[in-house]
Design a protein around this ligand. Sequence first.
Ligand code: GH3
Ligand code: MG
Ligand code: MG
Ligand code: MG
Length: 309
Amino acid sequence: MMQLSLPQFSPLPAAPGVPGRRPRLLIVDDQPVNIQALHRVFAADCQVLMATDGAQALKLCRERQPDLVLLDVQMPGMDGHQLCAELKADPLLRTIPVVFVTAQDHPDDETRGLDAGAADFITKPFNPAVVRARVRTQLTLKAQADLLRELAFIDGLTGMHNRRHFDERFAAEAGRAQRTRAPLAVALVDVDHFKRYNDALGHLAGDDCLRRIATALRACLRRPTDLLARYGGEEFVCLLPDTDLAGAIGVAQLLEATVRGLALPHPGQADGVTVSVGVAAGTKTADLLDNADKALYLAKAAGRGRVSW
Ligand code: GH3
Ligand code: MG
Ligand code: MG
Ligand code: MG
């Protein structure tokens, strides 16, 4: 068998998130020999995922969130254009750059690929150094875009996700809950009598109190898909995919007990700083936030420092 000697490549940028994490590439092609050829180009410094059809590729994208997809056009079943369109229609997957790698080099094919949302277009047979250079460009752009998104979606006081991020994730998870009939739950957490806290101890102490509560709440969540965000001033929101009402009430009770357990002194409450939590869950997601808000009102009216639904 012919031995391919690879030219010296310049390094690929580190993937965003964990420092030093190798970029994760997904190679999709119905011909294993084509996958192998691309695998050789990236195996040394990338984490390489492989799929031989569109459905398998879509599943891997959902489960593993690759940093970039190298995509063949002609495949039986779901072809490259269809897969690209699916990725671009999914709010959780649309930021993954798609680079077509194809034997079709007619301008019409290229235009069709770019119109479908592809970031770039490489024709086969490819030159390994050119493929790497193009992938490097796309990975750099993706890392910069991820960083900007991260900054735009983080709350400055607590370091947790902000309302804007929550709204995006809520819309995506609500759509998924309706499609899959898996229940979605939300818990609204509101600090009790926080105006009195500020009035007695000052705003800086209030800020510090919110940071401590945020850290404690964050430690309560167990699943990687659970989301905690700052919803507004002294309100936090917890989004729990695949969680029914009973499960969400359990999480909410843990949130309430954890803040109580901090035993932060409160100027007007003998048992310290407490939160009230309103919970709602279901597959009908249109009224979910409204219902959680109504439940929160019930918790307040019933005496605060408790969970209602
Ligand atoms: P309730 O138990 O009914 O929720 O009473 P509350 O006093 O917590 O509710 P209210 O909505 O009347 O007041 C919320 C207070 O939260 C007033 C506001 O100054 C304070 N707050 C909101 N955001 C911040 C913040 O970022 N830092 C500080 N220190 N205080 C904040
Ligand atoms: Mg093919
Ligand atoms: Mg409030
Ligand atoms: Mg409050």
